[in-house]
Design a protein. Sequence first.
Length: 288
Amino acid sequence: MNLNSFVKTHGLGNEYIVLDENAISFELNPKSISRICNVNFGIGSDGILLKTSSSRADIGLKIYNPDGSEAEKSGNGLRIFCKYVYDYHIVTKKQFTVETKGGIVTADIIETENERAKIITVDMGKAIFTSHLIPTQFKDEEVQDKIISIDNHNFTINCVSMGNPHCVIIKDDLVVEEIKEWGPKIENYFMFPNRINVQFAKIISRNEVQILIWERGAGFTLASGSSSCAVASVLRKKNLIDTNVTIKMLGGELKLEVKNNWEVRMTGEVRQICEGTFHPELIQDLLL
């Protein structure tokens, strides 16, 4: 990439800006990240993906939320990043590994008739249900059907880690205003030391689930890969769905496979929006 150039891509409406750590002239910190992600004063994005080197995988990735916090893993972010490194010939093979803060994942590139559209399958790793590893501060070995009370409102929660923490709440009906109201309160609930991603999930059939998402550090979002994996893992553990399931979100659908050892594979399309270069005036603002 040229100095201070970027690529912007979305996965089901969940959009990320991709940068190369060796091709930016400014420090990537919470202030600059928030400015870049701001739709009014920056480019506008649900987060930033930073290409790094890795001694453990083919390539490294750091994932930043719009508030500047670093995420362990992002399913949509991973698929976007994998399309980027393949399209721009940073990797030349169709199966490769990526090191994230949440672990090493394997990606497979499936090309379609439209050369700029890619179907990406990502090995998201193993779902972890052990309470302190998620992490939560509950004394139970696992957080399954645990009732918590926030502002005199009870929620039955199920927690899991996909390399990042998730709280799944099964609902009969999904209301956007409801997750917008309660999502931030659950995210910051005192029993979640690193905060948590929140999903409201409605089971349609054993092969189809609809979800709404409140993303830690980002807020209400149209789609999330790791959230989809978390929901599928929790529902599979409860034997409410089959091994293969379609997760429906406002931004689109993902195909999930939850294996018997709790390894999760995710498949979905990503599409590039634009590429460009930071204007010197924006760079100046980032340096203030």
